[in-house]
Design a protein around this ligand. Sequence first.
Ligand SMILES: C[S@@+](CC[C@H](N)C(=O)[O-])C[C@H]1O[C@@H](n2cnc3c(N)ncnc32)[C@H](O)[C@@H]1O
Length: 230
Amino acid sequence: HSPLRALYRCVCEKVVKVLRGKVCVRRTHAYIFSECTHGQAESVLATFDLYSKKHASFSIGPEKGVFLDEVIRREAPLRVLELGMHCGYTSVRILRLLPAFGKLLTAEMDPLTAEKGEEILLVAGFKNSQFQVLPCSSAEAISSLASHLGEDQLDLVVMDHDPEQYLPDLLVLQRENLLSKHSVLILNQVVKAGAQAVLEYLTTKPHSYTVCQQVKDMLEVRCHMDREES
Ligand SMILES: C[S@@+](CC[C@H](N)C(=O)[O-])C[C@H]1O[C@@H](n2cnc3c(N)ncnc32)[C@H](O)[C@@H]1O
């Protein structure tokens, strides 16, 4: 990994980004809707991956997707919160690995995106009893969690919304006692400047959080909230 090679890769990525243009929710949705086999989650994911090869996309993609799959298979979460659904790629990855009595709550701030993303989850064959799309900001979604979870806590939280929001949202989840000693956090886009605050916070709380492993810019963090801070 020489600095020259890293610079070359960075320039290539920037050029590809410019050539691909901006992420378009309507175009992404239309492509997935018309090209995938309805009712088959794996086909929906493969179609997203195909789309991302040719167009600008926010999807986490297959490499980070497999990393997330491994965490879900290992932890077998029942209550999952996703912040930043976009068109539903990550939601589909999560839902296909949840047991029938598991539940995904997913927040998406942009109303059109929330509507299109929800449609993709239905196209993939999931039922409304398995997920709830919260068309609001992460902060509003978190403040409404008690009404969805009752006494339950979150087993898995996936943050892929606005890195500036990661720390404030984590602090509220913590304060509202929504995380347990078994909870796992997945943070995407941790190389973005906005994520610096949450990374610094996590390192100052070694008795509450352990940063476990990372693939690309996605990080797994384990919670052990029952231990006292020293
Ligand atoms: C990078 S995309 C998520 C991609 C998704 N994980 C996937 O793989 O398809 C980020 C999404 O978060 C949404 N978002 C940004 N800030 C948010 C916030 N504060 N609350 C809720 N959603 C937010 C954006 O509208 C966008 O759709």
